[in-house]
Design a protein around this ligand. Structure first.
Ligand code: ADP
Length: 302
């Protein structure tokens, strides 16, 4: 029995209830520590974080994504780009089981996370979200203080030891500490949009996840706030594996080490999103092998 199986099968494991999540505090999946070399190892020697095997996603009868297989490597930024409706958001949300709340959602194939089947019958969804954090397009701070936002998940997980330090460290990692250190008890809703998004990132990293999923994290922000989010990705990737969906190709080119290009497969009677090409960002933008990728990055459709 693996550590994962033990978590899922633990009869004491409490289920989340709306508004409040309580968990046992001891880790049950393998603990993934930041790499000692700061993530500078060559790609071919990096551990695989996600091994996506022939993934297909359906909403009821409609296939949103199919025939998608690739591997996402540790301590890199991996961008997912492609035209609207090709399944980017569906894909990234499937990496931490965020789509499970949609009744018509169904996934075929496998998503292995450090070798563990995320959709296996014994996988623990709460544990999955604990390890794989997510930040959305629109900043969504809670109507609480700055401090309580960052401390929220840690408190619910029982990680109360040295909470002030944890909050400070998360805010520092999110490059927000200097701006909010004198207003920790003020409402988070009083922050600017860019600050709110960095606060959401601080909230996600305060419980020390292994992966950060960012679904269009800067598309609601102005250029200055966008630049600060991009800078942040460069500094955070040494500690977290980052997957970002972006419709902004320049942004993918600036921040991503690897890029996956998704598009609609229109060759058969059904239209569905699929992975067209995946590789080093430089290759996708300057030497893609598929003409659909070349046309997209040249702005000829999208
Ligand atoms: P993208 O992020 O690339 O714009 P999405 O993943 O949002 O693409 O959508 C892919 C397809 O899945 C679209 O046809 C969309 O209408 C459909 N879809 C997305 N979310 C849902 C949902 N909750 N219910 C039904 N269909 C959905």
């Amino acid at each position: 029995m693996t550590a994962w199986d033990r978590t899922a099968g633990d009869p004491r494991g409490e289920q989340p209830v709306p508004g409040r999540v309580r968990l046992r505090t001891e880790p049950s999946l393998p603990v993934i520590r930041p790499e000692a070399n700061g993530g500078s190892a060559p790609i071919e020697t990096r551990p695989t974080v996600f091994d996506i095997r022939n993934m297909a996603v359906y909403y009821g009868q409609n296939c949103a994504l199919a025939n998608t297989s690739f591997q996402i490597y540790r301590s890199l930024v991996t961008a997912v780009i492609g035209p609207s409706g090709c399944g980017k958001s569906t894909f990234i949300r499937s990496l931490n089981r965020m789509n499970d709340a949609i009744p018509s959602f169904r996934l075929e194939g496998q998503v292995l996370y450090h070798g563990h089947d995320l959709y296996g019958s014994r996988a623990n969804r709460v544990e999955v979200r604990r390890r794989i954090g997510m930040v959305f397009q629109k900043p969504n701070p809670f109507p609480k203080s700055v401090y309580d936002n960052v401390a929220w998940a840690a408190r619910n997980l029982g990680m109360k030891h040295r909470l002030d330090e944890r909050v400070e460290q998360a805010l520092r990692q999110a490059a927000l500490w200097d701006e909010v250190k004198d207003r920790l008890r003020d409402s988070a809703l009083g922050l600017s949009g860019g600050q709110q998004q960095r606060l959401c990132i601080a909230r996600a990293i305060a419980i020390e996840p292994d992966v950060l999923l960012l679904d269009e994290p800067a598309s609601a922000l102005d250029p200055v706030a966008t630049a600060s989010i991009e800078d942040l990705m460069h500094s955070l990737k040494h500690r977290f594996t980052i997957v970002i969906v972006t419709h902004n190709m320049q942004q993918a080119a600036r921040v991503a080490d690897r890029t996956a290009f998704f598009s609609l497969d229109t060759t058969g009677p059904d239209r569905f999103g699929t992975l067209i090409e995946y590789g080093a960002t430089e290759t996708i933008f300057r030497g893609a092998s598929d003409s659909r990728t070349r046309d997209y990055v040249a702005g000829r459709f999208g």
